[in-house]
Design a protein around this ligand. Structure first.
Ligand SMILES: Cc1cc2nc3c(=O)[nH]c(=O)nc-3n(C[C@H](O)[C@H](O)[C@H](O)COP(=O)(O)O)c2cc1C
Length: 253
């Protein structure tokens, strides 16, 4: 078994590592941007593919990865795991449907609620204690799911039903569909940038470079919020105009 994950602010990384620690402690969790990700899939019969829900969809980066590495999925047993701030409907189902087109055998779907990574929208900001409680609940769910898999061989089926698909589609995806049809060009970097390079180092897409002592964003943003949550000057925004609180899993454990 291998875990492949996309994670901006560390939520999904934590969730997949936690689940693997229960069901298969010797298995590795590999970031999707790693050069060895596709090879690891081809070396394992079972894969857990994990990512944050974006606008009730699987991130474009994940769907792009699945398609670009289309040949490795044939016959693989795959469980899709989606983390989310509130609601996704069929967050796990969104990648499961693409994977099926490439011959994957979908064995499960898992939804885990975690703190919201969108930190430049005041409405999504929650008190620290609440985010800590959400993480504790997530850990409990992951332990329980892990036990069911180990002891009974039962995989959860979150987000895989037709009803879940309708909930995801009408709940959000339909209205926000345009936001996840490609990489984004909307990353904004303000004049307060000091050119420290942390964003460049952290970006999983190689989408930011430092030019003349300032960060400059390209048009391949995966909307993961990793640069935004790491910037020491809070100079980077995406969906909003101002950072209210940088979200990072480490703050909530
Ligand atoms: C661009 C974007 C869109 C999001 N859309 C949703 C959504 O539709 N529903 C939801 O419940 N959470 C949504 N979230 C919250 C994330 O799915 C959630 O915080 C996730 O756990 C972040 O995981 P990560 O830290 O591994 O990237 C969104 C986050 C981002 C950055």
């Amino acid at each position: 078994m291998v875990g492949i994950y996309m994670s901006g602010t560390g939520n999904t990384k934590h969730c997949i590592e936690k689940l693997l620690s229960v069901i298969s402690p010797e298995s590795e969790a590999v970031p999707i941007e790693s050069e060895k990700a596709a090879k690891k899939i081809s070396e394992n019969d079972t894969v857990i593919l994990a990512y944050p829900t974006q606008f009730s969809n699987a991130p474009y980066m994940v769907r792009d990865f699945i398609r670009k590495n289309g040949a490795v999925w044939q016959g693989r047993r795959v469980m899709c795991m989606a983390t989310m701030g509130a609601f996704s409907g069929d967050g796990a189902g969104c990648s499961a449907r693409v994977l099926k087109q490439y011959g994957a055998d979908i064995i499960g779907g898992l939804h885990v609620r975690m703190p919201d990574a969108v930190c430049d929208n005041k409405m999504l900001k929650k008190p620290l204690e609440e985010n800590k409680r959400i993480v504790r609940e997530a850990d409990k769910k992951l332990e329980e799911v892990g036990r069911q898999i180990v002891e009974k061989g039962i995989y959860p089926q979150d987000g895989l039903s037709f009803a879940a698909r309708l909930a995801g589609l009408f709940g959000q995806r339909l209205w926000f569909y345009g936001k996840t049809t490609d990489y984004s060009k909307k990353l904004k970097i303000s004049d307060s940038c000091v050119g420290c390079g942390l964003c460049q180092k952290n970006c999983p897409m190689g989408n930011i470079r430092i030019t003349n002592g300032k960060a400059v964003a390209g048009d391949r943003c995966a909307m993961c919020y990793r640069c935004i949550s790491h910037c020491p000057e809070q100079s980077i925004t995406l969906l909003g105009k101002q950072v209210y609180e940088q979200c990072r899993y480490e703050r909530y454990k």
